[in-house]
Design a binder for this molecule. Structure first.
Ligand SMILES: Nc1ncnc2c1ncn2[C@@H]1O[C@H](COP(=O)(O)OP(=O)(O)OP(=O)(O)O)[C@@H](O)[C@H]1O
Ligand SMILES: [Mg+2]
Length: 489
C-alpha cells in the first residue's frame, strides 16, 4: 500500500526572489502546485486566477503589508489557511498573526522542513474542517511589547503563546529562576479573551503549607482555629479570569490531591464547607523545578502533572539566547530612565562583555544590573569596564558577609580579582593613567549610593551610617557627580 501525499495549490508571496524560488522548489518537491507573487497587487491577481488552497505570505511587501491583508483575504476566501512569514520576529508579530486569523506564523529565517510541514497541516486542516477556521480573539488595547527577544528559542515561545491565547488549555511554564515565567503567564492572560477579568497569582513556595488549601479554595468561618470569617480563596477571586499557580513544584501533596480533584470536576469547595462552586478559571502553572524528578521522588503527583502539562512552554535560560542580551539590556536601561534614573546607553564592548556572562539569575539578574548601572554610572555611555565592575560584585554571593571583621577580606579579594582582570584586558599595555582615583571613585560610588538608598536619601542618616561628616558626604557626592535628588526615592 502506498500513502499518497496530500497535494495542493499553494501561493507563495515574498518580495525576495531568492526566497520565492527556494520555497517554490521545496513545495514542488512535495508534489504541490505552486505559484509565486512579489507584491500585494500580484497577490490579489494570483488569488483570483490560481485559487490557491493555502497562502504563504511575507509581511512587508513593496506595496503593502501581508499581515494586514489577512482579515480581508479570509473574508473573501474563508477556506484558505494563511501562513505568515516574518522577519519582524517580535512577540507582537506572533500574536498579531494569530489575531488576524493566520493559520500559522513562521519567524524568518525559517526552516524549509518546518514550512512544508505547516503547509501540510494547513491542507489537512482544510480537508478536515472544510474551512480555514481562523481564531477569533478579542484584541486588547495593549500594543506594547511585554516580552523582549527575537532569538530562535523565544520565537518558539511566542508561537506557542499565540496558539494558546484564544483557548483555555492549561499551560505549564517551565524555566530557570528569572527567565520570565510570570511574565509569560500574564501575557497569555492579557492578550486573551479573559483580559478584562482578574489575573490572580499564588506562589506555593511563599505560603505556609498548612494554609495553602484555604488560600486556594477559601474557608468557612470556624473551618480551623483562627478562621474568624468566611474568606474567598484565589479560585473564587480569579473567577472568569486566570489563576497563576506559581512554584507548583512546592505544592504540598495533600493540596495537590485537592487541586487535581478540582481540575477533574471543574468544581471546588471552600475548606470546611460542603458547597461546591463551579470553577471558571484558566489555569497556568509554573515551576523552576524538574517535575519529573519530583514525581520519581514521590513528591509530585504524576496524574496532576499530566493535567497541568497540557501545553508546556519551556523558557530558555538567558545564556541560551545571548543574541537577545543587547536588546534586553537597553530595554531595562530605558525603563530605568522612564522611572526617573539617568538615561544610559551601552557601547558594543559592554554588550559583548554581557554576552560572555553566564547569567545564573537570568533576565532578572540582567534587569537588576541595568538598574544599578543606570543609578551608579557617571558616563552616559556604559562601557565594558563598568560591566566588568558589576560582574565582579555579582561573583561574590553575599557581599555584606565579606565585610564581617576577621573573615578574610572578601571585598578585597573581589577587588583584587577585578583589577587583575582589568589589567589583563590591556595585555602588555597599561591602563590609562589616574587609576587610583578612578578605582576609588568606583568603590565610593556604590558605597554612597547604596547607603543613601538604604536610608531613603536622608543625608544625615547616610553620613552616620557611613561614619563620615555630613559635609564630607556632600562634597563627595558633588565630586562624584552624584547630585542629590538625582534619584527618586
Ligand atoms: N523576555 C522578557 N522581556 C522583558 N522582560 C523580561 C523578559 N523575561 C523576563 N523579564 C523580566 O525579568 C524579571 C523576571 O521575570 P519573571 O518574574 O517573570 O521570572 P520567573 O521565571 O517567574 O522567575 P522566578 O522563577 O524567580 O519566579 C521580571 O522583571 C520580568 O519583567
Ligand atoms: Mg516567578
Amino acid at each position: 500500500m502506498t500513502v499518497t501525499p496530500r497535494h495542493g495549490r499553494i501561493l507563495v508571496v515574498d518580495d525576495d526572489a531568492a526566497i520565492r524560488t527556494v520555497v517554490r522548489e521545496a513545495l514542488r518537491r512535495e508534489g504541490h502546485s505552486v505559484e509565486v507573487a512579489g507584491s500585494v497587487a500580484e497577490l490579489r491577481r494570483a488569488v483570483k486566477a490560481f485559487e490557491p488552497q493555502v497562502l504563504v505570505t511575507d509581511v512587508i511587501l513593496p506595496d503593502g503589508n501581508g499581515l494586514d491583508m489577512v482579515p480581508e483575504l479570509l473574508a473573501d476566501y474563508p477556506s484558505m489557511p494563511i501562513i505568515v512569514l516574518s522577519a519582524q520576529n517580535t512577540f507582537t508579530t506572533a500574536v498579531r498573526a494569530t489575531e488576524q486569523g493566520a493559520f500559522d506564523y513562521l519567524p524568518k529565517p525559517f526552516d524549509l522542513g518546518e514550512l512544508t510541514r505547516a503547509v501540510a497541516d494547513a491542507l489537512a486542516m482544510r480537508a478536515s474542517r472544510g474551512n480555514g477556521a481562523h481564531l477569533d480573539i478579542e484584541v486588547g488595547p495593549q500594543d506594547d511589547l511585554p516580552l523582549i527577544g527575537r532569538s530562535p528559542p523565544m520565537q518558539e515561545v511566542y508561537r506557542t503563546i499565540a496558539r494558546v491565547i484564544s483557548n483555555d488549555l492549561t499551560v505549564l511554564v517551565l524555566g530557570e529562576s528569572g527567565t520570565g515565567k510570570e511574565l509569560v503567564a500574564r501575557a497569555i492572560h492579557d492578550f486573551g479573551p479573559r483580559q478584562s477579568k482578574p489575573f490572580v497569582a499564588i506562589n506555593m513556595a511563599a505560603i505556609p503549607r498548612e494554609l495553602i488549601e484555604s488560600e486556594l479554595f477559601g474557608h468557612e468561618r470556624g473551618a480551623f482555629t483562627g478562621a474568624q470569617a468566611r474568606t474567598a480563596g484565589r479560585f473564587e477571586q480569579a473567577q472568569g479570569g486566570t489563576l497563576f499557580l506559581d512554584e507548583i513544584g512546592d505544592m504540598p501533596f495533600e493540596a495537590q490531591t485537592r487541586l487535581l480533584r478540582v481540575l477533574q470536576t471543574g468544581e471546588f469547595s471552600p475548606v470546611g464547607s460542603s458547597r461546591s462552586i463551579k470553577a471558571d478559571v484558566r489555569i497556568i502553572a509554573a515551576t523552576h523545578k524538574d517535575l519529573t524528578q519530583l514525581i520519581a521522588d514521590n513528591a509530585f503527583r504524576e496524574d496532576l502533572y499530566y493535567r497541568l502539562n497540557v501545553v508546556p512552554i519551556r523558557l530558555p535560560a538567558l545564556r541560551q539566547r545571548v543574541e537577545d542580551i543587547g536588546e534586553l539590556a537597553q530595554f531595562f536601561l530605558d525603563r530605568a530612565a522612564a522611572e526617573g534614573l539617568p538615561r544610559k546607553k551601552l557601547d558594543p564592548g559592554a554588550i559583548d562583555r554581557l554576552a560572555h556572562h553566564r547569567w545564573p539569575g537570568n533576565v532578572r539578574e540582567l534587569e537588576n544590573m541595568m538598574r544599578r548601572l543606570a543609578a551608579l554610572t557617571r558616563e552616559d555611555v556604559i562601557g565594558a569596564y563598568q560591566i566588568e565592575l558589576q560582574l565582579g560584585e555579582i561573583g561574590s554571593p553575599d557581599p555584606t558577609a565579606e565585610m564581617v571583621p576577621g573573615q578574610g577580606g572578601g571585598l578585597a579579594d573581589a577587588v583584587e580579582a577585578h583589577l587583575s582582570r582589568y589589567f589583563a584586558t590591556f595585555g602588555r599595555d597599561l591602563p590609562p593613567d589616574g587609576m587610583y582615583d578612578r578605582v576609588l571613585a568606583e568603590i565610593e560610588r556604590p558605597l554612597l549610593q547604596l547607603s543613601l538608598a538604604a536610608v531613603r536619601g536622608n543625608q544625615l542618616k547616610a553620613a552616620k551610617l557611613l561614619g563620615i561628616n555630613r559635609n564630607t558626604l556632600r562634597k563627595k557626592l558633588t565630586d562624584l557627580g552624584m547630585e542629590p535628588g538625582m534619584r527618586k526615592s
